[in-house]
Structures are given as structure tokens and as C-alpha cells.
Design a protein around this ligand. Structure first.
Ligand code: ZN
Length: 311
């Protein structure tokens, strides 16, 4: 038997946050303006503590540093991936993330490529993904002229939608979105536009226009959903949502007992719907854990939807 690390989530309060992380998943959130649940995460801004077993009380980053053999002996300096659940009660700023090269030089960090699976929406919930500029000059001009209505690609979303967002893609989560996010373990965000919102003192939040222009990919290249593959398994289906050089994400819709193999350095697992058992232990939506490389298979039993993110 290998290791499954059950971890305690870290919450981040945000001005745009809400209380669906408690209402939907039963998390013990710090306030009714909680925007993000980080789990599994070993990032310094939200390092998860292991809650049971031989590593209880240690953080995921400590176990990663001290027991690299449990993570396929990968050479990464830091734990490479991070999963969040995001509750947006208001629009997030329009933003863009740098790639590894730019973030390494300017921020001493990994870059940030991410992907989103929409867990819930309200009526008319939208998303901003990409832009309509054909050249860097057009992009700069639109930003200078504050012409975001024409620049930004915005559309309505619904539960079950999926987006792959390579670094360099302008994007924004909008009010009403409940989102599963898997990403490179990075916290570097360049804010392009914040709707000229003012805080209670009348100030707008800082923008990072130069960096945003530096890192934005022009023209925008949408991810082709035709890359997704659906396959029948023992009792349910597996959908390969994306497989890239940064991360691979599979969604399992389970309707009974399934043995899911692990041939990766680790798997980050989030139960996003339903309930059942994982190797005999009861689980429900909102639960999350790390399957280490010495745990070569896991038995899931129940009606549930499970996201498994790997390298
Ligand atoms: Zn982002």
C-alpha cells in the first residue's frame, strides 16, 4: 500500500468572494467574502497541512521536499501544480499571466498556465477569454483608448464548460461563476483592467499595463475542445479535458465501483459532485487528496464526479 495524503484546504478572502464554498461544499470558510479554496496546494501562499497518517501536521511542501520518492523523484524545485475552487460574487479584474521564462526573470516564480471547469453559474454569468486585437499595435491602442468593450472576447457560460488558458491569454472570471481551477503553482497575476472600480477611499487598484502588454499573446488562439476524448471505463466515463506540457486533467463520472490506475508522479484529486468511498474511506463533494507515486491504483465506489490533475 502506498500513500494517499489527505490535506486541509487554505481559504482566501477576496473583495469579490462569496459564501458558496460553505453552502455548496460545506467548507468552514472564514467569512461571507471567501473567494478561493486552495487544495491540494503546496504553494507558500496556501500550503496545505496533511491531516492524518504518518505525515499528519506536516505541510505538503515539507513532504514534497523531504520525501521526493513519494512524488516520482521529479526534479522540480517547487511542487508544480495547484488546484483551487473559486466563488466569484463579483467580476474579477481582467488579467493575464506570464510564462515560465518571463516569470523566472521578473518574478522569480513559475509562470501560470491554468484551466477552468465551470461548476456552477447564475443567470447570465459571463466570462472574458482572449481579445480581438490582430497585432500588438492594435492591442496597445485599445488599452490606451480604454476600449475594452471592443477589445475583449466576452460570452455567456454554463455549468460543464471547460477552458484551457495558456500563459499570455487575457481572461476574467465574472460574477456568478463557481469554478474548479487547475494551474501551475504560481501566484503571479498582471491586472490589465479593473472596470475603473474604486475602493471606499476612492482609489482604483494598481494595474500592470506594461507587463500585460509584454506577455499577452497576439492574436488570441482559442483552445480547441475537439482535443477532448471521452472513454467508457468499468462503471462510468473518463473525459480527457486537456493534456499539455504543464498539466493533464481528466474528469471521471463514476456510477459504481472503479479502479483508477496511477502511473504518474502524483495525482491531485478533487471530488466535485456526489459521494462514495475512496479505498474504503467515505468521501463527498468538496473532499480532496494527493495520490503519491507509490499508490499505483485507487478504488473509487459511488456516484461521483472526480477531477484528477497530473503532470
Ligand atoms: Zn488567471
Amino acid at each position: 500500500m502506498g500513500h494517499i495524503l489527505w490535506v486541509k484546504p487554505v481559504f482566501h478572502e477576496k473583495i469579490w468572494g462569496g459564501h458558496r464554498l460553505r453552502d455548496v461544499y460545506g467548507y468552514d470558510i472564514p467569512s461571507d467574502q471567501t473567494g478561493e479554496c486552495w487544495a491540494p496546494s503546496a504553494h507558500k501562499n496556501g500550503d496545505n497541512t496533511i491531516i492524518e497518517g504518518e505525515f499528519a501536521g506536516k505541510t505538503l511542501s515539507q513532504v514534497f521536499d523531504e520525501h521526493r520518492e513519494l512524488f516520482g523523484n521529479i526534479k522540480d524545485k517547487e511542487f508544480p501544480l495547484l488546484v483551487k475552487i473559486i466563488d466569484a460574487c463579483d467580476d474579477l479584474s481582467v488579467q493575464v499571466h506570464p510564462n515560465d521564462e518571463y516569470a523566472g526573470i521578473h518574478e522569480n516564480s513559475l509562470g501560470k498556465t491554468e484551466c477552468w471547469y465551470v461548476l456552477g453559474t447564475e443567470e447570465n454569468t459571463k466570462m472574458v477569454m482572449g481579445h480581438h486585437a490582430k497585432t500588438k499595435e492594435e492591442l496597445v491602442k485599445a488599452i490606451e483608448n480604454d476600449d475594452y468593450d471592443h477589445l475583449l472576447n466576452s460570452f455567456k457560460i454554463k455549468e460543464g464548460d471547460f477552458f484551457y488558458i495558456p500563459s499570455g491569454t487575457i481572461h476574467a472570471i465574472c460574477s456568478g461563476s463557481l469554478i474548479y481551477e487547475a494551474q501551475q503553482s504560481s501566484d503571479i497575476t498582471y491586472r490589465v483592467y479593473d472596470y475603473h472600480r474604486k475602493d471606499k477611499d476612492g482609489n482604483e487598484r494598481d494595474l500592470h499595463v506594461k507587463q500585460s502588454i509584454d506577455v499577452t499573446t497576439v492574436p488570441y488562439q482559442p483552445y480547441d475542445l475537439a482535443n477532448q476524448v471521452v472513454e467508457n471505463i468499468e462503471n462510468g466515463t473518463r473525459t480527457l479535458m486537456v493534456s499539455s506540457e504543464f498539466l493533464t486533467l481528466n474528469k471521471y463520472d463514476l456510477t459504481g465501483k472503479n479502479t483508477i490506475k496511477n502511473d504518474k508522479p502524483f495525482q491531485l484529486v478533487n471530488i466535485i459532485k456526489g459521494q462514495g468511498t475512496v479505498d474504503g474511506k467515505e468521501v463527498r463533494l468538496g473532499d480532496h487528496f494527493v495520490v503519491c507515486s507509490d499508490q499505483t491504483e485507487v478504488v473509487y465506489d459511488g456516484d461521483m464526479t472526480v477531477m484528477i490533475c497530473t503532470l
